[in-house]
Write a protein that binds this ligand. Structure first.
Ligand SMILES: Nc1ncnc2c1ncn2[C@@H]1O[C@H](COP(=O)(O)OP(=O)(O)OP(=O)(O)O)[C@@H](O)[C@H]1O
Ligand SMILES: [Mg+2]
Length: 239
């Protein structure tokens, strides 16, 4: 039951505050981080994964990640890149998916790759994949290591309906296995598909709302740029 605690997290780039005094906890289950472009979602996920310098702390089960080596962190926390092509280094999709198992020396769990990656892609050069194919391979190539904490950065981008369905199946599987899953989204549609336990909304690097998912309001979504008055009108007229 991994518990992630973010304490007074602040990130600055060149004197500019990207995240300010973020305090949030994530337990086993599905949690979404909402916010408009540039709000700070990726920076938050990358800070939790130990990939950016920050002030404050991130604790996993009461232990600061600052005391962990890169390898220990990678076994504990999976960070799935917003840009799927970032991580590709191998010559085949099969090697790309399995390389993390050798690097971390773990057995992993291939079920996630079986759900996400069609067999006919296995011998392809990862750099030649289509956007949606690359997304599937990218997510599988990280989650195959079976880490207890998953950080999925805009994981639905590029996916068609089959891809979305496969990813939802993976996330549901993770939920059943007791993983702590944090998903960043700038598109509210996917939040409804995920049916998360909790949400946080970030705007301008600060948390402007959080709670259990069922308590989120249209007002909160409008304030954070995830919903417009126009969306609500279209919804009303189409009823
Ligand atoms: N390395 C960096 N140097 C300077 N500014 C940065 C750096 N990384 C991110 N930023 C800035 O920090 C802000 C937050 O970026 P971040 O990527 O966290 O946003 P986001 O909420 O994930 O947005 P999106 O929905 O577009 O993915 C943006 O204004 C971005 O330009
Ligand atoms: Mg982002």
């Amino acid at each position: 039951m991994p518990r992630v605690e973010v304490r007074d997290l602040t990130v600055r780039y060149g004197g500019r505050y990207i995240l300010s005094d973020i305090n949030v906890e994530f337990d086993s289950g599905i949690h979404i981080v909402l916010g408009r472009n540039g709000a700070g979602k990726t920076t938050l996920l990358r800070a939790i994964a130990g990939l950016v310098n920050f002030m404050g702390d991130v604790m996993v089960d009461g232990r600061s990640i600052k005391g962990l080596s890169r390898k220990e962190l990678s076994k504990l926390i999976a960070y799935c890149w917003q840009n799927p092509f970032y991580g590709f280094i191998e010559v085949s999709v099969r090697d790309e998916i399995e390389v993390i198992l050798k690097t971390l020396r773990v057995l992993g769990n291939s079920y996630i790759a079986d759900i996400l990656v069609p067999k006919h892609l296995m011998d392809r050069d990862p750099t030649t994949l289509s956007g949606g194919e690359a997304r599937r391979v990218s997510i599988a190539s990280i989650l195959i290591a079976d880490q207890p904490i998953w950080l999925l950065d805009e994981p639905f981008t590029n996916l068609d309906r089959d891809g979305v369905e496969a990813l939802i199946k993976v996330v549901e599987y993770g939920r059943k296995k007791g993983k702590t899953i944090v998903v960043s989204l700038h598109e509210i549609f996917y939040a409804y598909l995920l049916n998360p336990d909790t949400y946080i909304v970030i705007d301008g690097g600060r948390i402007i709302g959080n709670g259990v998912w069922s308590s989120i309001t249209d007002e909160m979504l409008i304030n954070s740029g995830l919903l417009t008055i126009g969306d609500i009108c279209v919804n009303l007229y189409s009823r």
